[in-house]
Design a protein around this ligand. Structure first.
Ligand code: GLU
Length: 307
């Protein structure tokens, strides 16, 4: 993989956990991958608390996550940004989309979208009812962006060339709900812009969101960061480690062992003797030896032991 760098200013990367549950090994792998990739390029690494979805956020989880990261030597170079504190930034972005004619109010419920769609699996594809002004009575349930017919194409530095034909994958998507709640897709694009993020390294579960995010960057006139989607860690049943699936929270008293396992999952072949070193020493070794071309172009990597 070519190095992700920009000329002049140091590149900037980030890790943006949602405070919905404690960090597990899968999140540590994403945090570490983003940290090592930016550090090796001499860049700045930021932690952002992605708490835009307030109802799903758990009180105190932000501190717990930041504390666990700190035990592993992973600390933000700049003050941690909390998405929920920046509603005005999201409102401005929604206003720009509206002024430029990209938004329309939608009164369809989830049920109506589900019933009217021709989608695959459980992805809901919006069928454009309110865009066509066929169904504009009733309360406004959301504000959607008109997606263009032309596919969004981008290069992922690990997963290769990607094409997302948004009318076929999601349709016109929600950026703000009727109750004022902003969507993750919008908030993350605004946050990445405000924080001048130049590379986004995160789990491959977010690859399907990237087309929508690039469209928003283009509509808002933002710079497009480079993308690299890491394989997500799965259990032996090939399910992504997650709070819902029952992944164990990271034991922060075993930082060395956790970092070593995360490095192995990132295919970095750390020497076993590193396990007894401090988190700082392990990160130093890992930064010096980081080679992202050892990563495999797969969406998943499976744990051989239960975690
Ligand atoms: N908050 C998201 C998560 O925890 C990540 C968002 C992002 O990296 O864009 O999965």
């Amino acid at each position: 993989m070519p190095e992700l760098t920009t000329k002049g200013t140091p590149p900037r990367g980030r890790f943006a956990p949602s405070p919905t549950g404690p960090l597990h090994l899968g999140s540590l792998v994403a945090a570490l991958g983003s940290y090592l990739n930016i550090r090796q390029a001499g860049g700045v690494w930021l932690v952002r608390i992605d708490d835009i979805d307030q109802p799903r956020s758990v009180a105190g989880m932000d501190r717990q996550i930041l504390d666990t990261l700190a035990h592993h030597g992973l600390e933000s170079d700049e003050p941690v940004r909390y998405s929920s504190h920046h509603q005005a930034d999201y409102e401005t972005a929604v206003g720009t989309l509206d002024t430029n004619g990209w938004l329309f109010p939608c009164s369809c419920s989830r049920k109506q979208v589900r019933q009217s769609q021709h989608g695959i699996g459980d992805t809901l594809i919006y069928n454009g009812m309110c865009r066509k002004a066929i169904h504009q009575t009733g309360m406004i349930r959301s504000y959607r962006v008109r997606v263009p017919e032309q596919a969004i194409t981008f290069k992922d530095h690990l997963q290769g060339l990607q094409t997302d034909s948004l009318p076929q994958t999601v349709g016109d998507f929600v950026v703000k709900r009727g109750d004022g709640q902003f969507a993750y897709q919008l908030a993350t694009v605004v946050d990445d812009h405000v924080q001048q993020i130049t590379e986004v390294v995160r789990g491959s579960d977010l690859l399907p969101s990237t087309g929508r995010q690039i469209l928003l960057q283009r509509l808002l006139g933002y710079h497009q960061p480079e993308y690299l989607h890491l394989p997500v860690v799965t259990n032996q049943q090939f399910e992504k480690l997650s709070k819902q699936q029952g992944a164990k929270p990271i034991n922060q008293d075993q930082a060395g062992a956790n970092l070593l396992l995360a490095l192995e999952l990132l295919r970095q072949s750390p020497p076993p003797t590193l396990a007894i070193e401090s988190a700082e020493a392990i990160l130093k070794w890992a930064t010096e030896h980081w080679h992202s071309n050892a990563l495999t172009m797969t969406a998943k990597v499976t744990l051989t032991t239960e975690n």
